[in-house]
Design a protein around this ligand. Sequence first.
Ligand SMILES: Nc1ncnc2c1ncn2[C@@H]1O[C@H](COP(=O)(O)OP(=O)(O)OP(=O)(O)O)[C@@H](O)[C@H]1O
Length: 327
Amino acid sequence: MIEVANLTQDYPGLRALDAVSFSIAPGTVTALVGPNGAGKTTLLRCLAALDLPFAGRIRVAGLDATERPRAVHRMTGFLQDFFGLYDSLTVEAGLWYAAAARGVPRSAIPERIAWAAAAVGLSERLSHRAGTLSRGMRQRLATAQTIIHRPRVVLLDEPASGLDPENRADLAGLLRRLRTDYGMTLVVSSHILSELEDYSTHVMILRDGRLIRHDALGDEAGGEPGVANDRTGPARLLVSLSHPTPDAAAVLAARDDIADVTPLGEDDRRVFVTLVDGADPARRTDLLAALVAAGVPVCGFDVERRNLQDVYLDHLREPREPAGEAP
Ligand SMILES: Nc1ncnc2c1ncn2[C@@H]1O[C@H](COP(=O)(O)OP(=O)(O)OP(=O)(O)O)[C@@H](O)[C@H]1O
């Protein structure tokens, strides 16, 4: 759905994006993360065909964003981190304006307003003026305006910032539905990694304008839902015992599929076991069966959950490459 090749964007004296290349499949939600100043907003603006890149190529649903920006605008919804609303317009009038501006046929606009308002939970507030809405309600209205033309691609820059937990949970539910019910392709930039993990299928990490990771998450990666696992490599298991026993160490030492055993704490009741090919569930079943057969009192046995934040911090701890410079 989105193809980017060697995208490079410069501001005076600064290379904000440095030869970024990736491809995003339809019907996915990509979490776009990275430290402040990494280039996330710059990338989203280029994808939305709002900025002309210095070099490289962007195709959205087969359309070249540089050659056909208007066509890209029609199939894209972009919620900017700082959005404007017409405060004197009612919610309904604001949605009408957004629908008309994005090319929704006049006859279809009332149905679209009803749909978008219901999607963001604003159906009861159609007659309220935007200027009287709370921060969370304003965000809902801006989101409804972003999706009112049912774009195929939705780009959201920090959509959850400033929202309370209930509004954030509602937003997460909406983003999930846009993908599952309407097949939209979403790219969501945020610093709230725990929430991105709830609904994202992929993660993209930018640092200093470079793409340092782009990968599938959880079940999309052939792993377990909600776990930001790497697809390859050993899995770490946390094995808990109801009471310590030397039998556990004996069973583990006798196996050749264990790369490492690290006690957690000092009471010998919890150990991290690094299992070669541990991503394969059959390996884990085999180990558990061996422990139980040897009479080891296992009361907990689970793959170490590495969440999106763990993966993110691991990547950011890697040494930096020299920064690119704008000509
Ligand atoms: N209009 C501009 N003129 C000059 N420099 C800019 C401009 N916009 C962004 N930059 C610089 O480009 C770099 C990337 O900025 P960008 O806003 O894309 O990062 P970001 O990852 O979205 O950051 P944040 O998480 O803080 O929103 C930063 O160093 C920023 O200062």
